[in-house]
Design a protein around this ligand. Structure first.
Ligand SMILES: [Zn+2]
Length: 159
């Protein structure tokens, strides 16, 4: 199968030999850029507050996702890098279906003082513990090694 031929049978495996150029660039956008520059320097997060409906958007946005109000420079606020576990799951297998030596807890965390949430790895000594509703804080890389990316958050741990 050539590169420009269209695959019509999803059960038929396809492959090609050689190199395929795959240059991707995913910008985080103006709001994401400001969020990560802040995270690189500080131990807190940034959020945006809608001046019309008062929803505190996290991750921060340039427009309110509910009422479409534009967010101005005055609508940015620092919030703690902490939150509450809304829900979680224990991951036992890796992406290839192989059993993990150390299962991981992936949680949806409601960020304090915001109406938003984010996913994170929660480190816990007891993998069987019900983590619903527990308070957690983000453990960040040492400030001098931060790169201004999501990887600056190493993991979350119970407060
Ligand atoms: Zn709004």
């Amino acid at each position: 199968m050539g590169f420009i031929e269209k695959q019509t049978d999803p059960t038929t495996p396809m492959h090609w030999r050689g190199n395929m150029q795959a240059d991707y660039f995913y910008p985080s956008g103006a709001a994401g850029d400001k969020f990560f520059k802040h995270l690189k320097q500080m131990d807190t997060f940034l959020a945006t507050k809608c001046s019309k409906c008062n929803k505190v958007l996290f991750p921060p946005r340039l427009y309110c996702e509910d009422c479409y109000q534009e967010i101005t420079d005055d609508d940015w606020a620092e919030v703690p890098a902490a939150g509450t576990v809304r829900l979680f799951t224990v991951v036992m297998l890796d992406a290839h279906g192989e059993k993990l030596a150390n299962p991981e807890v992936i949680a949806l965390i409601d960020i304090d003082k915001t109406d938003g949430a984010m996913l994170g790895v929660v480190k816990t000594a007891d993998i069987n513990k019900d983590l619903s509703g527990i308070k957690v804080k983000a453990i960040l890389k040492p400030q001098e090694t931060r790169e201004g990316t999501i990887k600056d958050i190493l993991y979350w741990e119970e407060i």
